[in-house]
Design a protein around this ligand. Structure first.
Ligand SMILES: Cc1cc2nc3c(=O)[nH]c(=O)nc-3n(C[C@H](O)[C@H](O)[C@H](O)COP(=O)(O)OP(=O)(O)OC[C@H]3O[C@@H](n4cnc5c(N)ncnc54)[C@H](O)[C@@H]3O)c2cc1C
Length: 443
């Protein structure tokens, strides 16, 4: 990559998942100059990660997704989008300029219109033993298997909440894992209501039936969650609470995630409004900052369908094709109702707040235990006194956990928004000093 270069685009998209790819393709098809940036080695985001790899060829459930992914990848390529992969945006040194880095150096990106499609991540909740090796996020474990982790013959427990658990269980099983049990914290009652409501989305029913076939015979426990993970050097067994009864199950891996939380950090850094934890947008996916749009799971957790629709609307609107964008409003409304259904069905029960013991680590980057945090009244106070959220992940893991455990709201975001190289930090510091000496510094 060009060291300290500057690239300009009419439309710049940050995030190469389904939302970002759809945004980039639709904008470029309108004839404007489009760039798309993603920190992975290829486009695809969380769901389409590694779809071009050979080891995916036996993944039956992924066939439809692979077709969809290939169609969008083609549109991105044919429409002339400039794809900048393995590049992460870490800072906004001045309005309209983004600083991005890779292993070789950093560059500046400028734009007329910007689309943020930074997606979501899993929510982790702390319980005794959750930091043991081989305890991972459910989606995280799937991602590691997609990247080559051998799973054949391994005994795996999948736990937490949300439809991702089923997708991950099906995927791991297809790759030779033995799924000991799937523990879903939601009740049978809310899952039954979810099933009935699915009749409003016939395509989702087909997906659900496919998943049911893929995990036929796997024990599925509702009202269930992990209470402790055990092992000397790595995970050996997990104690679960299963509809009120406690049992310990031997296993090699625990994949555990409590639904998803949006990656709003870059949007916050740019000054975009955030409502209820999600990027705030108008009908055209425009944020509260002029020339900045948001799309995909950054604005609501609604699956790949909603991400694609929102991405298209943002791409068309950024290319000033508002009437074409409007034609997608109805589809988006329908898909957003599904996002609301997911939110209702998989809302976390308050009982999960009692999972950590006093000595349970909550911030694993800075080794901060639950007992050190519970005396504090805010995220800010906890950060200042315990360094919670000040380690490598910058609160990405413990932030959503403490938000649920203590109802704290994370305060402002500071650059860099992702861990950055010393060279990039030095450039940021240099710019900050220059701004301060000019009397315009904000740090
Ligand atoms: C771990 C995980 C696994 C999942 N697995 C499945 C599954 O198996 N099946 C399923 O139906 N759904 C799955 N989902 C849900 C799925 O991700 C969404 O439905 C859909 O992909 C959302 O698309 P998106 O474009 O909004 O975000 P994403 O697909 O998350 O794409 C966002 C992209 O932006 C990149 N990015 C973020 N910040 C920056 C930055 N600062 N600089 C550069 N790049 C950046 C990210 O690395 C990512 O590639 C998963 C979600 C997660 C979190």
């Amino acid at each position: 990559m060009m060291r300290e270069a500057r690239h300009h685009f009419d439309v710049l998209v940050i995030g190469g998942g389904p939302a970002g790819m759809a945004a980039a393709a639709r904008a470029a098809e309108c004839g404007v100059r489009v760039g798309i940036v993603d920190d992975n080695f290829s486009l695809g985001g969380q769901i389409w990660r590694g779809h071009s790899d050979d080891n995916q060829k036996h993944d039956k459930q992924g066939d439809a997704q692979r077709g969809e992914a290939a169609r969008w990848a083609n549109r991105v390529r044919i429409s002339g989008v400039t794809a900048l992969c393995e590049l992460r945006v870490v800072h906004q040194p001045e309005t309209g300029v983004l600083l991005a880095e890779n292993l070789d150096g950093f560059c500046e990106l400028t734009y007329a219109n910007l689309i943020l499609a930074t997606g979501a991540r899993e929510r982790f909740l702390p319980f005794p033993g959750w930091t043991l090796p081989n305890v991972m996020g459910a989606g995280g474990l799937q991602a590691m298997v997609k990247c080559g982790l051998p799973i054949r013959g391994k005994r795996v427990i999948i736990a937490g909440t949300g439809p991702l658990l089923l997708a991950v269980a099906a995927y791991l099983r297809q790759h030779g894992a033995e799924i000991a049990v799937i523990c879903e914290q939601a009740s049978w009652g809310s899952l039954a209501q979810f099933g009935v409501a699915l009749f409003n989305w016939p395509a989702k029913i087909l997906q659900a039936l496919q998943l049911k076939r893929d995990i036929a015979g796997v024990p599925f426990a509702t009202n269930s969650w992990p209470v402790a993970a055990h092992g000397k050097k790595a995970l050996e067994s997990v104690t679960i609470s299963r509809a009120g009864r406690v049992e310990t199950i031997p296993c090699d891996y625990l994949g555990c995630g409590f639904h998803l939380v949006p990656n709003v950090e870059l949007a916050l850094l740019l000054g975009c409004g955030v409502r209820n934890g999600f990027g705030e947008v108008d009908d055209f996916q425009k944020t509260t900052v002029s020339s900045v749009f948001c799309a995909g799971e950054l604005t609501s957790i609604g699956g790949v369908g909603l991400a694609l629709i929102e991405g298209q609307i943002a791409g068309l609107a950024a290319a000033e094709r508002t009437s074409e964008a409007k034609a997608l409003f109805g589809d988006r409304q329908n898909a957003r109702r599904f996002a609301q259904l997911l939110d209702r069905t998989f809302r976390l029960r308050s009982k999960l707040r009692s999972l950590p013991l006093p000595e349970t680590i909550v911030c694993r980057c800075e080794d901060v235990s639950y007992s050190r945090l519970r005396g504090h009244t805010s995220w800010r106070s906890a950060k200042l006194h315990t360094r919670c959220g000040m380690g490598t992940c910058q609160g990405r893991v413990c932030g959503p956990a403490t938000q649920f455990l203590f109802e704290w709201t994370p305060d402002s975001v500071r650059p860099p928004v992702l861990p950055a190289r010393i060279e990039t930090l030095a450039a940021i510091a240099g710019q900050s000093e220059m701004l301060q000496s000019q009397g315009t510094g904000e740090y």
